[in-house]
Design a protein around this ligand. Structure first.
Ligand code: HSE
Length: 436
């Protein structure tokens, strides 16, 4: 088969990693793909830097359209990021009959349905293994490896920056802001780090995984998103004392009336493998009805781990170039005309258990008032811990763990408990998952 010519849009961290991996492993890659795969053209605003990376192996231009309009290019790799220019370029590449490989989770989370439908209409493919979990082949696993299963739930640590922050806060008692700076220095954080710490990046990735796992359209706007910025050091400590760790999880669950899609800090039992995933590493648990629980672990960011996923996509595209478009693996795993319109459940309908931390006056009857309010909502308490008052203080911390209940019930209970005169300030609520 003739060599495949690749045009790279953007040669930053992931782009240069992709170039290096393709060069270093070219022999093995061509044995796998059945043909040589080579980057023959690169578009980057910083032409000098791009030339320094690729030398004379590829033509360099400042204009991405030069790549898209070049009839010699078979596959366009979009590594620019963002929603606007990247969307336009991908749609143009598709329109000119190029296959596209992208790592752009934000773009696919918001415009994936439009992009996949344009690709189908033009008979080309868009692959995106690098968009979720960096080097972890989670898209391939969900789309192909688990294809026999009815996926019941997916739960993942899918943002390395926030996992790094939580790990450092727990292990070193470090302050949130200091750890964030370190993550940025190490190049893991998004250009806008609020996407990492506010859970948006994880929500982008969750929307993509849920679509593939459940056969639904990509629905980022329906993901409930909470980040880690408000987590207090004492919650991390109390969770530890109770045998739990706090992780920012992306959770997608199949429920009788619809699907739950949510990203939020979550208490998980410390003995669970996923609770021990530390630093910038990512891990995704997938529960299928036939296979049971499976777990995928690896580097969720970084130049060569992400390049590993980009190159895997290039090989996939190379292998399917001869396949009739009708018989290719569908973008979202399910045949496009067989996507389900089962709704995403509103947060009030979500069922989980809760960690509640309250500051209360240390006097008789307080606990009775609180437990009565919970009982009125049918909420059962699984564990309760009262901390010693700090010297000279009249208030104490109470930590309650509940059994499974509905979010709308806990909302009412929290509101009523906060209104008690003996309760000071707001209640901290963190959702819990046993991941069984
Ligand atoms: N900012 C992302 C993270 C990079 O921290 O995981 C990979 O998507």
């Amino acid at each position: 088969m003739k060599p495949i010519n690749v045009g790279l849009l953007g040669i930053g961290t992931v782009g240069s990693g992709t170039f290096r991996v393709l060069q270093r492993n070219s022999e093995e890659i061509s044995r796998r793909a059945g043909c040589a795969i080579r980057i023959t053209m690169v578009a980057d605003k910083d032409v000098a830097r791009a030339k320094a990376i690729v030398g004379d192996t590829a033509q360099v231009t400042a204009d991405a359209l030069d790549v898209i309009n070049n009839p010699q290019i078979d596959i366009v790799v979009e590594l620019i990021g963002g929603y606007t220019i990247a969307r336009e370029l991908i749609l143009k590449a598709i329109a000119s009959g190029k296959h596209v490989v992208t790592a752009n989770k934000a773009l696919l989370a918001l415009h994936g349905n439009e992009i996949f439908s344009a690709a189908r209409a033009r008979g080309v493919t868009v692959t995106f293994e690098a968009a979720v979990g960096g080097g972890i082949p989670i898209i391939k696993s969900l789309r192909e490896g688990l294809t026999a299963n009815r996926i019941e739930w997916i739960a993942g640590i899918i943002n390395g920056t926030s996992n790094f922050i939580l790990s450092e806060m727990r292990a070193k008692g470090a302050a949130f802001a200091d750890v964030l700076q370190e993550a940025q220095r190490m190049g893991y954080a998004e250009a806008d780090p609020t996407f990492d710490i506010e859970g948006v990046d994880a929500a982008h990735k969750l929307a993509i995984m849920a679509a593939i796992g459940f056969g639904i359209p990509v629905q980022f706007s329906k993901v409930h998103v909470e980040g880690i910025a408000k987590l207090a050091q004492e919650d991390i400590r109390y969770a530890e004392e109770l045998g739990y760790r706090i992780k920012l999880l992306g959770i997608a669950k199949r429920k009788p009336g619809g699907f739950e899609l949510r990203v939020h800090p979550t208490l998980i039992p410390a003995r669970q493998l996923i609770a021990n995933v530390e630093g910038v590493m990512n891990a995704i648990l997938v529960k299928g009805d036939a296979v049971g629980q499976t777990m995928y672990y690896g580097a969720g960011a970084g130049a060569e781990p992400t390049a590993s996923a980009v190159v895997a996509d290039l090989v996939d595209v190379a292998r399917m170039l001869t396949a009739d478009p009708e018989h290719r693996v569908p973008h979202l795993a399910f045949q496009p005309d067989r996507l389900s319109d089962v709704p995403i459940l509103p947060m009030g309908e979500v069922e989980t258990s809760y960690y509640l931390r309250l500051r209360v006056a240390d006097k008789a009857g307080v606990l009775a008032d609180i437990t009565r309010i919970l009982a009125d909502q049918g909420i059962s308490i699984e564990a309760l811990m009262q901390k010693e008052p700090h010297a000279g203080e009249e208030h104490v911390d109470i930590i309650l763990l509940t059994h499974l209940t509905q979010e709308k019930k806990i909302d009412i209970a929290i509101q009523r408990i906060e209104a008690l005169p003996v309760v000071s300030g707001n209640i901290t609520r963190i959702r819990m998952e046993s991941l069984q």
